[in-house]
Design a binder for this molecule. Structure first.
Ligand code: NAD
Length: 295
């Protein structure tokens, strides 16, 4: 079985390494040649273009930024749709709008190609460790066939429903993460301004009800003023945009998401779009003219 992977960024590159470690025959493509070279040195083949992957691979995966990138790679000129073979499977692991997943799937269906939308949670460290959480949409039989491949990159692989359900689940995940970072930032700023050391607040509450995976990962970064991505503000804006759009179309108001979205907009205007999303703390630091946990 030949696998193809398009998109070797922060996430795609370590995911490719884990597929190689698991012994899969992997062909890769990215417009950025730096990571392609690294993954080829680790044992992958390099494709000259997307069409070559379509023509030669049985299961084709993408790990791209957003809906327009996935649509262009699959349906655009020179895209997979031109060469992909009947009976092959397309797995999009990017976080995109669930409506786009359904549109892409409908076009591939006309060529006899089945699709899964399989976005992930966990970020770069878990992509490196191979412990990502996959949330998957698509039919049960295609899911069962592809599950071992996803398990080479993740420790949790859950089918959430039909096509689009993976990305709907991912939007739910991204709402919870963004609001949680904002809550941690707001609360730690209160402690800082009240003269209580945020590090001690963290130690006191991390094991209680307020503790969370988000707090464990992001509170130390916030207190160290380390906003190296990780997961970029610009990507989280993309996800909340997709969440608000999906919420509007299904009739689910998202008032807290809208509020955190505006915080992210302020940060982007302030030149922080490429910072880790833990930089939501910077919004509060600007409001209160105080740093959290330092000076
Ligand atoms: P990234 O920007 O680091 O990587 C995207 C890669 O796609 C880049 O290498 C880019 O060159 C490549 N690319 C773009 N257009 C292309 C095209 N037309 N053809 C071939 N390659 C192309 O992004 P990332 O952080 O790896 O994220 C990828 C996806 O995973 C996003 O949807 C993101 O929301 C999601 N995600 C990211 C994280 C994280 O922590 N970084 C965590 C979970 C999910």
């Amino acid at each position: 079985m030949k696998l193809g992977l398009i998109g070797l960024g922060i996430m795609g590159k370590p995911m490719a390494r884990n597929l190689l470690k698991a012994g899969y025959d992997l062909t890769v493509y990215d417009i950025n040649k730096g990571p392609v070279k690294e993954v080829v040195e680790a044992g992958a083949r390099e494709a000259a273009d997307v069409r070559e992957i379509g023509a030669n691979c049985d299961i084709i995966m993408t790990m791209l930024p957003d809906s327009p990138h996935v649509k262009s790679v699959v349906l655009g000129e020179g895209g997979l749709i031109e060469t992909i073979r009947e009976g092959s499977v397309f797995i999009d692991m990017s976080s995109i709008n669930p409506v786009a997943s359904q549109e892409i799937s409908a076009e591939l269906e006309k060529k006899g190609v089945k699709m899964l939308d399989a976005p992930v949670s966990g970020g770069e460290p878990k992509a490196i460790d191979g412990t990502l959480a996959f949330m998957v949409g698509g039919s049960q039989d295609v899911f069962d066939k592809c599950k071992p491949i996803l398990e080479a990159m993740g420790s949790s692989v859950v089918r959430c429903g039909d096509i689009g359900a993976g990305n709907t689940t991912k939007l739910a995940n991204q709402i919870i993460v963004a609001l949680n970072i904002a809550a941690v930032s707001e609360a730690f700023m209160l402690a800082e301004k009240a003269g209580v050391d945020p590090q001690l607040v963290f130690e006191a509450i991390r094991g209680g009800l307020a503790g969370s995976t988000v707090m464990e990962a992001k509170a130390p970064m916030i207190m160290a003023g380390n906003f190296k991505p990780g997961f970029k503000i610009d990507l989280h804006i993309k996800d909340l945009n997709n969440a608000l759009s999906a919420g509007h179309s299904v009739g689910s108001p998202l008032p807290l998401t809208a509020q955190v979205m505006e915080m992210l907009q302020v940060l982007r205007i302030d030149g922080c779009g490429q910072d880790d999303h833990s930089a939501i703390a910077k919004y509060y630091e600007k409001l209160a003219n105080t740093k959290i946990g330092r000076e």
